[in-house]
Structure formats: C-alpha cells, structure tokens
Design a binder for this molecule. Structure first.
Ligand SMILES: Cc1ncc(COP(=O)(O)O)c(C=O)c1O
Length: 359
C-alpha cells in the first residue's frame, strides 16, 4: 500500500481502510474491549422481529431508561444519531436568528465549527492555554454575549479536564449572559465521578446542557447514540428541531442502549482497564523520550520528533497502525493516540521504537 492511500485527504476518510483486521485503529478513540454483554443479542433480536417496522420516534422506553440512569426526568433528555447529530441539531435550534454567534476553543472536536458554519453563524475560537481548556478566556467570551458555547470537557484532543470551580464559573457566566452553554462530555465516562460537575449542576436546575455518547466508553459506536441532558425547555426546543428527523434513532440502537444500561459494572471495568493501559502507554512514551500531555481520557496527545504528517503516514504504511495527526487541528508535530488494550499499547510501542531509530 502506498503512503498516498493510507494518508487521509480529509479527517474521516481513513475509517474504511482501517476497518481491515490487520490495522490497529488508534485514531477514533473507540472502545477496544467490545460492546457490553448482551447488546449484540439485543440488536439481533430486534432485527429478527422488526426489521420491517419503523422505530419509536419518541424513543419513550429509551428516554425513560436514560432518565433513570442520569437521575433526571425524561423531559430533560434528548437523544440523537450520535452526539454528532445533537451538535448539529442544537446549532440549528439556537442559531436560527441572524446575528447569532458561537464560542468554542480553537483546538477541539471539529463538529462545533462545522455545524455553526452550516447554519451561517459567526464563530469565535479561544486559543488553548498549552494543553488546558482556557476556562477564563471562554468565560470572558461568553460574557461578551455569545448565543451558544461548546466546551469539550474532557478536551479532545489533549485529554485535559476542567476543575469544579472552572465548570461553575462557566455556568455562572452563561446564565448571566443568556448563553446556551453545552458541555460535550463524550469522554467523561473515562474520567470518573469526581469530574461530573456539570451533570450535578443540571440536576440542581442550572441552565446548561450536557452531552454524552455511547460511542466511546460504552463501546457502541456503530449503533450511533448521543444524549443531551438539560433543562426541559431547552431540551424541548432541541427536540422540536429534531422532529424533522422522526426516526433518527433506530430500533437496534434503542434496544442496545437499554440493554447496556442494565450493566453499570461494564463501564467500571472499561474505565479501570483503560486507566491501566493508559499508564502503560505513558510509561512507554516516557521510555522513548516522547513528550505527552496528561490525560483523563482514552487518548493521549503526544509530540513526535520531526514532521508528524510523515510520522503518521509511516506508522500506517510500515506498521499498519492508525493514529490521528493533529496538524489539521492546528497542532503541528502532535499526534492523538487512542489508548487501546495493553497488548495494543505494546504493539504501538514496538512500532514507535522502530520509527524513532530510523527517522
Ligand atoms: C468530543 C467529541 N464529541 C462528539 C463526538 C461524536 O460522537 P458520536 O459518535 O456520539 O457522534 C466525538 C467523536 O469522536 C468526540 O470526540
């Protein structure tokens, strides 16, 4: 395979190629441990009985299950075809009027800016402070009157997380300015309970939206399930926009997530295994003299010597390992590496050793 074939020309083009068994997929922050027990059977059963039938457009059972799981009433839950769709639908909902604006960080999940652009809103991006989320600067930008703010916490791609005081300061600023503040917590399941400040705030009635996904720690990326949790009036507005897509969440996804929610121990196991493998990855990077940012997630941002575009291409073509090159996110020289299993970390470490010897 030539380097041209393995180097994606856009951000997601490599998904298909890396679907082959021999490639190690460390570029999409997927769960390497497989889906929760029973979910494959749930999908199969639902398909066998109802493949010819539309799903419940209101997702009633699912929203009730999620409401119990997150400790809020069902009116405070919206679901979508992945968080991807919820980010777009939220942008469509709150950025309808002329003159609306979005604030987010300069280096983050591209969906926020792409969604804002698709509805023609103005975007203000705040530079990171090193690898950290620039909480004070985002707070100031909200105070200047943004309509909508997306804060990715923990932050993709650096793995940093806000502390409780920073989360509270952002919520205070958003309430004062009337900004719809969204915390995208796609990776919060890896960080653990102590960091779940925004969800506590939602439960306490604060005006903030929290987004979660079943694609990462929950190991269900393929079924596409994202969740927004927040005040009932904001959720109703998001739901009204999503009404244009009445069957966006399919039957298999609804059943699989309900089955997954019956097994809270699964998520504990994934968090523990990921933490162990992440420690091994960090130790391996230390041993190789590669700098990295501390992470609470299932990925680590590392700085490689030389050109990271070439480094990424060589990892793919010579070692069949995909990682995310962060050039496109404004971090030249940096890679985002998904943690994987301990065996996968060892395979990556062997490949990195070989590449550093011949770079
Ligand atoms: C920060 C962040 N938000 C949202 C998503 C999209 O997740 P989903 O699979 O739920 O659409 C991702 C996926 O990589 C992500 O990293």
């Amino acid at each position: 395979m030539s380097q041209g074939q393995v180097l994606p020309s856009d951000f997601f083009a490599d998904t298909e190629i890396s679907g082959r068994e021999e490639y190690l997929r460390l570029h999409l922050n997927e769960n390497p441990y497989g889906p929760p027990p029973g979910t494959v059977e749930a999908v199969r059963e639902e398909s066998a009985r109802y493949l010819n039938r539309y799903p419940d457009s209101e997702c009633r059972d699912l929203r009730e299950g999620l409401a119990t799981h997150f400790g809020v009433p069902p009116e405070m839950i919206a679901v979508g075809n992945g968080t991807d769709e919820l980010v777009l639908v939220t942008s469509m909902t709150f950025l309808r009027e002329p003159g609306t604006s979005v604030v987010t960080t300069s280096t983050t999940f591209p969906g926020y800016v792409m969604s804002a652009a698709s509805v023609g809103a103005t975007v203000a991006t705040v530079p990171l402070s090193g690898a950290a989320i620039p909480a004070d600067e985002v707070t100031d930008a909200i105070g200047r009157g943004a309509t909508l703010a997306f804060v990715c916490n923990p932050l993709n791609p650096t793995g940093a997380v806000l502390d409780g005081a920073e989360v509270t300061k952002l919520i205070d600023a958003a309430e004062r300015a009337g900004t719809v503040l969204v915390f995208d917590e796609a990776y919060m399941d890896f960080a653990g309970r102590a960091h779940e400040i925004a969800l506590d705030a939602v439960r306490a009635g604060r005006r903030v939206l929290v987004m979660r996904t079943f694609s990462k720690a929950w190991g269900l990326a393929s079924v596409r399930m994202g969740v927004a949790i927040g005040p009932a009036d904001l959720i109703a507005k998001v739901g009204a926009t999503a009404g244009a897509l009445p069957f966006n969440v399919n039957r298999q996804a609804q059943r699989a997530v309900l089955r997954a929610l019956e097994q809270p121990a699964y998520i504990e196991r994934v968090r523990a295994e990921n933490a162990r493998a992440r420690e091994l990855l960090c130790k391996s990077l230390d041993a190789l003299g590669i700098e990295y940012a501390p992470s609470v997630t299932n990925f680590v941002m590392a700085k490689v010597p030389g050109d990271s575009v070439r480094f990424t291409a060589r990892l793919a073509s010579e070692h069949h390992i995909f990682v995310r090159n962060l050039d496109a996110l404004g971090l030249p020289g940096h890679l985002r590496i998904s943690v994987g299993t301990e065996a996968e970390v060892e395979r990556l470490a062997t490949a990195l050793t070989a590449l550093l010897q011949h770079h």
